[in-house]
Write a protein that binds this ligand. Structure first.
Ligand code: CA
Length: 332
């Protein structure tokens, strides 16, 4: 009698466990995530936060667009054919969002776009779409406020002309974040009473360290001793500028010659460089908060709820975008 009843108990337990497992898997949505490229420091932070936030709540499939919109389009087609319950899209080319949205809309899949901002008027044509980004102008304005603080140190006015001679590193020509950071950093500094004087053309370096290093090497060679400030749209390019500076004896740890360099993102490398005193400041783009927001909103939408249901997030004036705030990060 005894072995038989324990056997039945095990069998009943197995059935119950099986039922629970099937309920759990039915409740966990399949979420497809398309990333513009894995090899981007800030995006890696967002990816990690996103993975963590979805863990146990969704089955996630993530793809690397490798900086190529055609690759991302193919990845999207596969995800749509697999009938995902929700899609998270970090566009390679924000200008291609209309075509991407058209496909997602036809499939009726809820979508959260993040980071690289599509035209919001395009997104508004689909009621199951949300954008999570930052306020691009704010990052630039914070850089402008940092420039004012730096300018209080008159030693940075190397030629003593009362103007801050700067070089500008821009991410991409048509990227809205890049455009806003480039414009508002200088505008805000001017509003703060600093006379800004650009040296050379704006260097468009694709957010990339190596390209920025090359551009900075050329700029230093052509303008020896004239550059007083480096403004970069992101920390990766700021690191490239610092590498070029260090090659000619500037911005070395414990060294005597220093040209202020400002970035955006607060990547680990930048925070480390600021700690070592070889970089001035950055603007923190909170990748963890971004990843969490994207995950929370996506889970709501995949469950058929309103995107911001039960959250503390709010839409901006567009009624379709959620903005994660920036904060300045300066050295001592
Ligand atoms: Ca000057």
């Amino acid at each position: 009698m005894k072995p038989r009843s324990s056997c039945m108990f095990v069998a009943i337990c197995a059935v119950i466990a099986c039922l629970f497992a099937s309920v759990a898997s039915a409740a966990a949505p399949n979420i497809g995530v398309l990333i513009y490229k894995y090899d981007d420091t800030y995006i890696s932070t967002v990816r990690n936060a996103l993975t963590k936030a979805l863990d146990g709540k969704a089955t996630m499939t993530m793809q690397d667009g490798k900086g190529d919109q055609a690759t991302q389009n193919d990845q999207l087609d596969v995800m749509i054919s697999k009938k995902m319950d929700g899609l998270i899209v970090n566009m390679v080319d924000a200008q291609a969002a209309a075509g991407v949205l058209e496909k997602i809309k036809a499939a009726g899949i809820p979508v959260v776009f993040f980071n690289r901002e599509p035209n919001l008027d395009v997104l508004k044509t689909y009621d199951k779409s949300v954008f999570v980004g930052t306020n691009a102008a704010d990052a630039g304005k914070m850089q402008g406020d940092i420039i004012k603080q730096l300018w209080e140190n008159k030693a940075f006015d190397l030629n003593g002309d009362g103007k801050f001679q700067y070089v500008m590193f821009k991410g991409e020509p048509d990227n809205p974040e890049a455009i806003a950071r480039t414009e508002f950093s200088v505008k805000q500094a001017a509003l703060n009473g600093v006379t800004m004087d650009q040296i050379g053309q704006t260097f468009v370096c694709n957010w990339d360290t190596a390209l920025a290093q090359q551009a900075m090497e050329s700029a230093l060679a052509a303008n020896e001793g004239k550059i007083e400030l480096v403004i970069a749209n992101n920390d990766s390019m700021a690191m490239g500028a610092i590498a070029a500076l260090s090659n000619v004896g500037y911005n070395l740890e414990g060294g005597s010659k220093f040209i202020p360099v400002i970035g955006v993102d607060a990547t680990d490398q930048a925070v480390d460089a600021i700690g070592k005193g070889i970089m001035s400041a950055t603007v923190k783009q909170d990748g963890e908060a971004m990843g969490q927001a994207v995950a929370t909103i996506m889970l709501n939408m995949a469950a058929g709820k309103a995107p911001l249901d039960g959250t503390s997030y709010t839409y901006d004036d567009s009624g379709i975008a959620v903005r994660i705030p920036y904060s300045p990060f300066m050295g001592k």
